[in-house]
Ligand binder design. Structure first.
Ligand SMILES: [Cu+2]
Length: 162
């Protein structure tokens, strides 16, 4: 690990203590997740990614080794009235713009869950960007009913073939 990356990681760690992770031109705001029922194989992570730089960046992968055997970047779409999720190769974050990963859209998929996600816990992980590199993140697990349309989203989860 070179000194520049080390400095960026340290800066990200320090600012994440204040609730906002920052590395280079990428800032992560309100990383959160939703509690999962016992035995659920997957959970989802959401976060607002802000690109304060002059060049576009791309979220290409994520990790959360404490809770998930595998993590993917997913997109949820409506297909003939059915919610479907599929892995994407990355999420473009345009220069000077924010992209919100949220229920019903782009999300981080925690797969091969090692234990249920419980409200109040935090999930330590990292998001990898093409330019900004590895940005540490801590998803705060909120109650199962968080952010409204929980029932709707769980239907999408049931259709998830993993
Ligand atoms: Cu998914």
């Amino acid at each position: 690990m070179n000194a520049v990356v080390k400095t960026a990681l340290l800066a990200a760690l320090l600012s994440s203590a204040a609730g906002l992770a920052h590395a280079g031109d990428i800032a992560l705001d309100h990383p959160w997740s939703r509690a999962t029922p016992a035995g659920a194989p997957v959970g989802a992570g959401y976060v607002t990614v802000k690109n304060t730089g002059a060049a576009a960046d791309k979220l290409v992968s994520a990790t959360a080794p404490d809770v998930a055997g595998k993590v993917e970047v997913h997109e949820m779409t409506m297909d003939n009235g059915v919610m479907k999720m599929r892995p994407v190769s990355g999420i473009e974050i345009p220069a000077g713009k924010s992209v919100e990963l949220k229920p019903g859209g782009y999300h981080i998929m925690f797969m091969q869950l090692k234990q249920p996600l419980k409200a109040g816990e935090t999930i330590k992980g990292a998001l990898t960007f093409e330019k900004a590199g590895v940005v540490p993140v801590e998803f705060k697990v909120e109650a199962m009913s968080a952010a409204g349309s929980g029932g709707h989203d769980m239907k999408g989860m049931d259709g998830h073939k993993h």
